[in-house]
Design a protein around this ligand. Sequence first.
Ligand code: FMN
Length: 133
Amino acid sequence: MLSFQKKSIEDNYIRGYFNHISEVRETPIEKLDPFRNSINQHIHQKTQDEIFNWAEKQSYIVLANLMYAAAIENIDSCPMEGFRQDVIEEILSVNPETEKVTVTLALGYRSEEDPFQHLKKVRKPNEKLFKFI
Ligand SMILES: Cc1cc2nc3c(=O)[nH]c(=O)nc-3n(C[C@H](O)[C@H](O)[C@H](O)COP(=O)(O)O)c2cc1C
């Protein structure tokens, strides 16, 4: 699985998003205007870099959910960032002008001979990782 993201959000893209909601929820498109206006305002006051950083973070939400879903199905996964972006983009015919591959996720089943699977998991303790309020 590869997550590739758009480098900018055009009006047409937002229109498509709202048409989709309207269709799936069988809601008149005008009823979504307040939501659409708020999204439009939010997007238009951001720079291209801010949009790109936001979109990149969004892909990690998908990634986390996919990893959890795979784990529930006993499918192993390995998230990877250290890849040759240019090679992957060429294989997938991604247009680098408008899209970028952010992260990759290998999904499958571990080899029985993989010695790493028996190592203890190294995890920060909850107190260091989270702030409970
Ligand atoms: C080829 C490869 C590339 C990886 N790239 C990244 C990376 O870019 N960033 C990262 O945090 N972990 C990376 N990892 C580490 C894995 O995502 C994972 O965290 C690691 O295998 C340990 O997982 P575990 O602690 O659940 O056993 C990579 C692992 C492999 C095998």
